[in-house]
Design a protein around this ligand. Structure first.
Ligand code: PDD
Length: 277
């Protein structure tokens, strides 16, 4: 089953027009939720961010946000997937191709969503992954979870082609985030991550991890840091819905610290794990 508008329908009943503005302008926003034990995780954080993304690009959900939350819960229950992801997106709808917004009466926003199995990346969580650093070639509104992901797609592929697991973005020498996750470094026991401004997505996992760090008495600074600080960090990790708290042990082929996941990363991984229902 898929979510289509305000209904759950068999996949083959979803009909999207080739004139959908999501299709030719990427004119829409999306959200990815984690399913643990058959249920959505951190629902409130994702719903609030989806609502904000829609408001920032001036698309209105054609029904109340609570109804969407109910639909996504039902979609997830119906899917019956113990470990997975639930995806939802909204576009400005179908209209003849012209840059300005169509008149409200001429286009109805299109909501679609589905669930897919996704297993916790246990091996990588244990051993860590490698990353490359590349210039952040995205726009200046990365706080909006927009469908326009071409820079993320191209640079992630470049990372994979070179045998790395992730690409970390540097905007004029300042580390912002990664292709589909936030980046944190640890130096002398202090966690640093880019402030949640227009140059990063305010990750739901990022917010959870910052709360967990505070609970553990770990010092946190939401402060921009440069590529040199990333290179000389004691520990590096990324956070996202799928990656959780993922150690990065190699950056541009150079080991981070002693090349193994560090103690602060491990503490945060344990706290994260404990927060999974
Ligand atoms: N990506 N930064 C970017 C650019 C992202 O695309 C994501 C999430 C994050 C982490 O956000 P969260 O902790 O809320 O998942 C940070 C999703 C999972 C994706 O596009 O698949």
């Amino acid at each position: 089953m898929m979510l289509f508008g305000n209904q759950l329908v068999p996949d083959e009943e979803v009909r999207i027009s080739p004139l959908d503005r999501g299709y030719y302008f990427g004119d829409g926003v999306y959200e990815v939720f984690r399913i643990y034990d058959g249920r959505l995780f951190e629902v409130q954080g994702h719903m609030e961010r989806f609502s904000r993304s829609m408001a920032e690009i001036r698309i209105s959900l054609p029904y109340p946000l609570e109804e969407l939350e109910n639909l996504l819960n039902r979609l997830t229950e119906t899917a019956g997937i113990p470990d997975g992801l639930t995806y939802v997106q909204i576009t400005r709808g179908a209209a003849p191709r012209s840059h300005p917004f169509p008149a409200a009466a001429a286009a109805e926003p299109v909501v679609t969503g589905w669930c897919s199995p996704f297993l916790r990346p246990l091996k990588d969580l244990e051993n860590g992954i490698s990353a490359i650093v590349r210039e952040d070639i995205r726009w200046h509104r990365c706080d909006i979870k927009s469908l326009n992901l071409l820079p993320n797609v191209l640079l992630k592929q470049e990372a994979l082609d070179g045998g790395a697991g992730e690409v970390i973005f540097s905007r004029g020498g300042v580390i912002t985030e990664a292709s589909a996750s936030n980046v944190m470094i640890v130096k002398n026991g202090i966690v640093k991550t880019h402030p949640a401004d227009h140059h990063i997505l305010r990750g739901v996992t990022r917010s959870l991890v910052l709360r967990l760090a505070e609970g553990l008495g770990i010092a946190v600074r939401e402060e921009a840091f440069r590529a040199e600080e990333l290179a000389s960090a004691d520990e590096v990790f990324i956070t996202s819905t799928g990656s959780e708290v993922m150690p990065v042990v190699l950056v541009d082929s150079r080991p981070v610290g002693d090349g193994k996941p560090g103690p602060v990363t491990r503490l945060l991984q344990q706290a994260f794990e404990a927060s999974i229902p």
